[in-house]
Ligand binder design. Structure first.
Ligand SMILES: [Mn+2]
Length: 412
């Protein structure tokens, strides 16, 4: 038995407003599916985020999904990611639409009177399906409720034969994003589950030949460009073997160029040396202590690099140190924006205000107050998380079943 495991396709993502980038995502999906077909897989898994936007669907994006899926000769089994569904608010999703067209099997549990039901796929809905010699269980993205839902879902998994559990959430330890779960919650079910197929974190990882996350096909964010991308090709013949493959396509190249601005002609020389082979997404970060002509810089960069997308960030922080004649308020403003930019570069939330408060305490030597402020920041975050959990629980309790959407069919 052989299958392919994809995740985080993000069809319809016009990154940086670029139509070309939306084509990149569509091409990557098409090539991944074609590659899997050539490998004679028995089925394919899409572990969430097939689409980039949950509501505003456009005809081109829908065609990019349907045309590719229509041509596959095997069953495609999917779950909804955070980009495909809005937890409980939206009842019928675009993944449900694909499922109604017979293009995917969209697995998710149902809820009757608040009780979770994990039922077999009946052609329209269900949480598991037998395909070949395997059984695939699916659970969509549940945000802050993931742990709670997992604890009531996983005991339903029977575990006779090769058993796959597919879902869309992050596992702690691979990327600093909010709301990841501890993998121990999955490991305790190892006796009944052979393969955990995840999506959500856009970076490849494998834990104990048990938890598999292929990463996205394209970079959805600047932070992702160094991550390994691709799909898993998995084989089971009494023993599990797998490969992470990306040879079937070439993801768009992102290039980050950081330099100190000296003058326009050395800038031109430096950029000429940086020119890549194809059209790239270029992030140009320039630090300087003087006023520079941004348009002129962009012109030089376009001419020398011929980029697909050009993003220019000018960092005046070198100048801040010397700008003694600035008023206190504008200096603070510059400082705040520099710290914001640094935090953003590392993928952190904007906590520039808090960082500045900490800095003040250090400068004033009030080290004893640092503890208080750190505790305050953390408890604020914990409080926010609690609020979000409460909100999701409320939505969860008042959620209606997607089956309702078929009333029009049955009414006649
Ligand atoms: Mn994603």
């Amino acid at each position: 038995m052989r299958f392919a495991h994809l995740a985080d396709v993000h069809l319809g993502y016009r990154q940086y407003g670029s139509e070309e980038r939306a084509l990149d995502f569509a091409q990557a999906f098409k090539k991944a599916v074609e590659f899997a077909e050539e490998q004679n897989v028995d089925f394919m898994l899409i572990a969430g985020d097939l689409f980039h936007k949950k509501s505003e669907m456009d005809p081109v994006t829908l065609a990019q999904a349907t045309v590719v899926l229509e041509r596959t000769g095997c069953q495609v089994i999917a779950v909804e990611g955070n980009h495909d569904s809005t937890y409980f608010r939206e009842r019928f999703t675009w993944m449900d639409y694909l499922s109604s067209q017979g293009l995917v099997v969209n697995l998710k549990p149902s809820f009757a009177g608040g009780e979770m039901e994990v039922e077999e796929w009946d052609g329209r809905s269900g949480a598991y399906i037998d395909v070949g010699d395997a059984r695939v269980y699916g659970l969509k993205y549940y945000g802050m409720l993931t742990e709670k839902i997992l604890d009531s879902y996983l005991p339903h998994v029977v575990g006779d034969g090769f058993t796959i559990f597919m879902s869309h959430f992050g596992v702690e330890g691979y990327m600093n994003i909010y709301g990841c779960i501890n993998s121990e919650r999955l490991h305790v079910h190892r006796e009944r589950i052979d393969y955990v197929a995840l999506g959500h974190i856009h970076k490849k990882y494998v834990e104990d030949d048990f938890i598999f996350n292929p990463g996205s096909l394209e970079s959805c964010d600047l932070n992702e460009y160094r991550f390994e991308k691709g799909i898993f090709l998995v084989e089971y013949d009494g023993e599990l073997s797998y490969r992470h493959v990306s040879s079937f396509y070439r993801p768009r190249v992102f290039r980050v160029i950081e330099l100190n601005f000296e003058d326009y002609s050395s800038l031109r020389e430096r950029l000429l040396r940086e020119r890549g082979e194809g059209k790239e997404v270029v992030h140009l970060r320039i630090s300087t202590d003087r006023n520079i002509d941004r348009e002129k810089i962009e012109g030089i960069a376009r001419e020398t690099l011929n980029p697909l997308v050009l993003r220019v960030e000018v960092d005046y922080s070198r100048g801040v140190l010397q700008a003694t004649n600035l008023s206190v308020s504008s200096r603070k403003e510059i400082e705040r924006s520099v710290i914001s930019a640094i935090l953003k570069g590392f993928g952190y939330e904007d906590i520039a205000e808090e960082v500045l408060r900490l800095k003040e305490l250090f400068v004033e030597g009030r080290i004893e107050a640092v503890d208080d402020i750190v505790t305050a920041i953390i408890s604020e975050k914990v409080e926010e998380a609690r609020e979000e959990l409460k909100r999701e629980e409320r939505e969860f309790e008042t959620a209606e079943d997607g089956e309702e959407e078929w009333r029009w069919w049955e009414a006649g």
